[in-house]
Design a protein around this ligand. Structure first.
Ligand code: FES
Length: 118
């Protein structure tokens, strides 16, 4: 049912681990917002696929288990993300599922907001 929640953890570059209660069906940006997690600059475009500040790095096995493959729009935006990896996704495009209980994702340092000219 829609009240189902899982715990996910956001690991920052300094090693700190921020726990977030995630509602199944929400995306990972919602989780950061709803849990009021203090991640600098995260989710600047509020999930409209116009920045890349919600860049998250998954473990290989978790990445492979994600239910939805990234869309072309997400991939284009990811290309602009700082520190892109093979297991990178944009948090606002990843929907929480029941099997994400205990999921750990890395928050890369050096957030690039694609909306701001550098
Ligand atoms: Fe901007 Fe995800 S919050 S692309």
């Amino acid at each position: 049912d829609q009240k189902e929640t899982v715990m996910v953890y956001f690991i920052q570059e300094d090693g700190s681990k921020l726990p977030g209660k995630a509602r199944v069906g929400d995306n990972l940006l919602d989780v950061v917002v709803e849990n009021d997690l203090d991640i600098d600059g995260f989710g600047a475009c509020e999930g409209t696929l116009a920045c890349s500040t919600c860049h998250l790095i998954f473990k290989k096995k978790d990445y492979d288990n994600l239910p939805e493959a990234p869309t072309d729009e997400e991939l284009d935006m990811l290309d602009l993300a700082y520190g892109l990896t093979e297991e990178s996704r944009l948090g606002c495009q990843v929907i929480v599922t029941k099997d994400m209980e205990g999921l750990e994702v890395r928050v890369p340092q050096g957030i690039a907001d694609a909306r701001e000219p550098s």
